[in-house]
Every structure is written in structure tokens, then in C-alpha cells.
Write a protein that binds this ligand. Structure first.
Ligand code: ZN
Length: 75
């Protein structure tokens, strides 16, 4: 699993906080779980900070790269 850094702004997430603005993981259409015992970051899943988390969730019917592109182009 990747360190919790926002896919859009590269901000590190503070997961020790319970605040709503923390952000979290979003699963996208192209999500593929890792095979058993394989170490790494699964495809199609990404961390998003509080600023970009909700927007990422509304785009989770897309492939992650498309969603990231859409969020970045809307900034
Ligand atoms: Zn962000």
C-alpha cells in the first residue's frame, strides 16, 4: 500500500485525526485487488486529502487516471 499522500496535491494525509477533512481512500472502476501474498499498491485505488476526497468519490465510476485528470483539469 502506498503512503497516504493525496493523488492530486501530494499533501500527506493526517490519519490520526477524526476530523471530516482528513480524506481517505477511494476505489475506482479499474480497481484490481492484489493477488494473495503480493506486496504493493493495488491498481485503481488512491488516497485523497480532505480537499479532494469528495470530488474523487463522485468520479469513482471512472478509471483512476481519468478521474485524476478530471479533478486536475477542474482546478
Ligand atoms: Zn489533495
Amino acid at each position: 500500500m502506498k503512503p497516504p499522500v493525496c493523488e492530486i496535491c501530494q499533501k500527506r494525509l493526517t490519519l490520526d485525526s477524526d476530523s471530516e477533512s482528513t480524506g481517505g481512500l477511494v476505489w475506482f472502476k479499474n480497481y484490481q485487488p492484489l493477488p494473495p501474498r503480493m506486496v504493493g499498491h493495488p491498481k485503481g485505488i488512491g488516497w485523497f486529502c480532505g480537499v479532494h476526497y469528495k470530488q474523487a468519490q463522485t468520479l469513482n465510476n471512472l478509471d483512476m487516471t481519468d478521474a485524476i485528470q478530471q479533478i486536475k483539469s477542474s482546478l
